[in-house]
Design a protein around this ligand. Structure first.
Ligand code: ZN
Length: 163
């Protein structure tokens, strides 16, 4: 079923470019692999979702998303250490590496290694784009109504990603 515009429960397909304040291009969708998401279900960052609301197919827009509506403000406290003894013996950490860690409650998080010394590593748990103002260039390329199953799951289903 077709949909007229971006609104609650519509599956949106779009092409986008994402750059930062300094103009650095950090992400870009491929022509044959656009971003597809279910609108109104917090599947993308809130500032982008809100700005796309009401757009129609073929429409282009430049959207600026402030950090608080994007990946959050940078939190200098959101750091943690892992002692050398608690790291896998074969693991050779280097600054800049992104690793997945599991906390005491079993929750998984991604963290960037910012420092390595003889005793262990220092980790930054902020999202790599935390604190950044995001500049999106978007074009809506497809709209359709979501299926009952998609609404039930709260995300889009396409042949590449089955759940
Ligand atoms: Zn699903």
């Amino acid at each position: 079923m077709a949909a007229e515009k971006v609104e609650q429960d519509v599956v949106v397909t779009l092409q986008y470019k994402l750059s930062l304040d300094d103009g650095e291009l950090v992400e870009e969708s491929e022509q044959d692999d656009p971003l597809m998401y279910l609108h109104g279900h917090q599947n993308i960052i809130p500032g982008l979702e809100e700005a796309l609301e009401g757009m129609s197919i073929g429409e282009k827009k430049n959207i600026i998303v402030e950090p608080e509506d994007g990946y959050g403000e940078y939190d200098a406290e959101d750091m943690g250490r892992i002692e050398r003894d608690d790291l896998p013996a074969e693991f050779d950490p280097e600054p800049g590496m992104v690793i997945e860690v599991t906390d005491d409650d079993g929750a998984e998080a991604e963290a960037v290694i910012v420092e390595v010394d003889d005793d262990g590593i220092l980790l930054d748990f902020n999202h790599p784009m935390a604190g950044e103002r995001l500049h999106f260039e978007v074009e809506i390329t497809g709209l359709r109504a979501a299926t009952a199953e998609e609404l039930d799951h709260g995300h889009v289903h396409d042949h590449d990603h089955e759940h």
